[in-house]
Design a binder for this molecule. Structure first.
Ligand code: C5P
Length: 404
């Protein structure tokens, strides 16, 4: 589905449309009312050989238009991807906030597949905090943003805002469609969130993990066609679409849930921040306040990842290393000692990435000896990167060593 919103760059959507048709895709064009002020639906109807949708309700005004109050559901279900070019500040705001007052914004809400957005607008509108906040929300949802280019704009300004080149938008569409089913047939077991280790009936020790990275991985893997089992410590996040969630509280419960659900797994991703220590015998009554100092003797919890590494089968094993210093050294050490195929390493302790943030800056230590650093990005974007690297790594590890 190609959504065309009402901006001066709407005419370039015709070129994108042609590029997509040339690549062999069936393209259904959906135009906003404002877009039809810039370019005729007939252009797209001629390029695609299909009627163009221009409004939510039938008005019967043109042969090339097709619409009905429920059409957006049917169209959403029949298609594999939605690309919007140009995506105006207005349509980005509607998508970000879930407004649905025309066909395109309604279609967006009814569609569950991958979304590619190619914004184009005046430089000041692009830089406006409202637009940038909307883009952040859309990125966090896993949508791919094809950044506008710098250049002369129709309004006379020079700066970012010009629609990306139609061929590069078509490349991103092709890449997203390739991703779409690349985890089909896989069973991905993911752990996420903190664990809570009780001290008495009302108190516990835990940590700052929000679960966002593990949940983003679960959502991304499910979208790419995997069966996903998400073993989750206590978090405040909605269940990712398409994943089976197994809620747990303690490290011990997490261990049992992991081994109980391991059958059939092709990838195991241990994103959870498991407590390292617990009280092995929890008092039955609340610990009383006394004037004296209180000492607690803690015992180690089971190291689930190390146990998985010792008992390694043909699943790909991915661990996490949240460090406050010596990232590369610690990541490589954990890769070795826990017998993993990949360690996702990130620095924690700052405000901008790590535990509670929607963003992260990660590096990957791979069994091949490589150490790959990635720029700061949303956890959802990084989730896709980790999965892509995991698939690639498995492919490389399957080759005989001398051919690597
Ligand atoms: O050794 P460290 O705790 O830093 O290693 C982090 C990795 O080990 C994470 O992937 C985490 O999920 C896993 N882990 C575990 N069981 C523990 C502690 C950590 O599986 N008890």
């Amino acid at each position: 589905m190609l959504g065309v919103a009402g901006g001066i760059a709407a005419y370039k959507a015709a070129e994108l449309c042609r590029a997509l048709v040339q690549r062999g895709y069936t393209v259904q064009v959906v135009m906003t009312k404002a877009a039809t002020e810039f370019i005729q639906p007939l252009t797209f109807a001629a390029l695609t050989g299909r009627k163009v949708v221009t409004s939510l309700f039938s008005s019967g005004n043109s042969e090339e238009t097709l619409s009905s109050a429920v059409e957006h559901i049917a169209i959403a279900q029949e298609h594999d991807l939605l690309v919007v070019a140009p995506a105006t500040a207005d349509i980005l705001a509607k998508f970000a906030h879930g407004l649905a007052d025309d066909f395109l914004s309604t279609l967006y809400l009814a569609f569950t597949g991958p979304v590619v957005l190619a914004p184009a607008m005046n430089t000041n509108m692009w830089r406006h905090a409202a637009t940038q906040a909307n883009l952040e929300a859309l990125r966090a949802r896993g949508h791919k943003i094809v950044e506008p280019e710098d250049g002369f704009l129709a309004c006379g300004m020079i700066g970012p805002g010009r629609l990306a080149d139609p061929e590069s938008i078509a490349d991103v569409v092709a890449e997203q469609l390739e991703h779409r089913h690349d985890l089909a047939g896989e069973t991905v077991l993911i752990t996420a969130g903190p664990t809570q280790e009780p001290l008495d009936p009302v108190r516990f020790i835990s940590n700052r993990s929000s679960g966002k990275m593990g949940y983003a991985l679960a959502e991304a893997a499910a979208e790419r066609g995997a069966r996903v089992i998400l073993i989750s410590g206590p978090v405040h996040l909605p269940a990712p679409r398409g994943a089976t969630v197994v809620p747990v509280k303690t490290a011990g419960e997490m261990r049992d849930a992991v081994f109980g659900n391991l059958r059939g797994a092709t990838m195991v991703i241990k994103a959870a921040a498991v407590a390292d220590f617990h009280l092995s015998t929890v008092p039955q009554q609340k610990i009383k306040k006394t004037a004296a100092r209180l000492s607690l003797e803690l015992d180690p919890t089971p190291d689930i990842l190390a146990e998985l590494g010792r008992d390694k089968k043909d699943w790909l094993l991915i661990g996490f290393a949240a460090e406050t210093e010596n990232l590369e050294r610690e990541a490589r050490r954990k890769l070795q000692t826990k017998n993993c195929d990949m360690i996702v390493a990130n620095l924690v302790g700052g405000d901008e990435s790590g535990f509670e943030s929607d963003h992260n800056e990660i590096a990957l230590a791979l069994k091949t000896g490589e150490f790959l650093r990635f720029p700061r990005a949303s956890k959802r974007e990084l989730a896709d990167e980790i999965l892509t690297q995991a698939l690639h790594l498995r492919h490389v590890l399957a080759e005989p060593a001398h051919e690597r």
